[in-house]
Ligand binder design. Structure first.
Ligand code: PLP
Length: 224
């Protein structure tokens, strides 16, 4: 079933890229494995998936420990007291959403002598339940990150609101790309756009996503 699901998702990404005249090679599928067991992650890796996303450190720990060779993405809200462990095991943090977290990343980056690769999470829809910066805050925030040499800002991330018709969230994805264009500079080109989940990843690809975070469409509905 996973194999068939994966084929389907890849085909959909390919078709969406074609519709938008984009190079499909610029789009990475991040398999979101929260609530998925380690054997299934192994199976997904054997099918050629290379990027895996988790939103909670506690749940991710065992999988990351057993499969350290995979590329792990931290996609959930990150508490500062988890920064050390996340920096050690994850190759990209999608959810930098406040300055205090940036400071913690800088501090631990120095201690561990590594750099934190991050995306800045933007709350475009303005829903209170969602983390992320207000788009208005983005320029000053990016400016402030400039002074934290252990942080490498690779792009932007957003979560679209839940809607029945994915067309309704197209403006959210479009806005994220506009923010990328507006705020990129020679020393911070913001190449990555992490947007799109099971309900809306094809729309996100049409609007420029370089990372889509897909769980349910690959692994089925979550039971836990
Ligand atoms: C769970 C999750 C996803 C994947 O959601 P699906 O609808 O299962 O594809 C993507 N991004 C984040 C941040 C998530 O927490």
């Amino acid at each position: 079933m996973l194999e068939e699901n994966l084929r389907q998702v890849k085909n959909n990404i390919l078709a969406a890229a074609r519709r938008a005249g984009r190079d499909p090679g610029k789009i990475r599928l991040v398999a979101v494995t929260k609530t998925v067991g380690v054997e299934t992650v192994r199976q997904a890796a054997a099918l050629g998936l290379e990027d895996f996303g988790e939103n909670r450190l506690q749940e991710a720990r065992e999988k990351v420990r057993l499969l350290p060779q995979l590329r792990w993405h931290f996609i959930g809200h990150l508490q500062t007291n988890k920064v050390r462990d996340v920096l050690r095991s994850f190759s990209l943090i999608h959810s930098l959403d406040r300055y205090s977290l940036a400071e913690a990343l800088q501090r631990w980056g120095e201690k561990l002598d590594c750099r934190a690769r991050v995306l800045v999470q933007v709350n475009i829809s303005g829903e209170e339940s969602k983390h992320g910066l207000d788009p208005q805050e983005l320029p000053d925030f990016l400016e402030a990150l400039h002074d934290l040499p252990r942080i490498v800002v690779l792009g932007l991330m957003t979560m679209a609101p839940w809607v029945d018709n994915p067309e309704e969230v197209r403006p959210v994805f479009r806005r994220l790309r506009e923010l990328q264009q507006k705020h990129r500079r020679p020393e911070m080109t913001l190449p990555e756009l992490s947007m799109g989940m099971t309900a809306d990843y094809t729309v996100a690809v049409e609007e420029g996503a370089t990372l889509v975070r897909v769980g349910t469409a690959l692994f089925g509905p979550r039971t836990g």
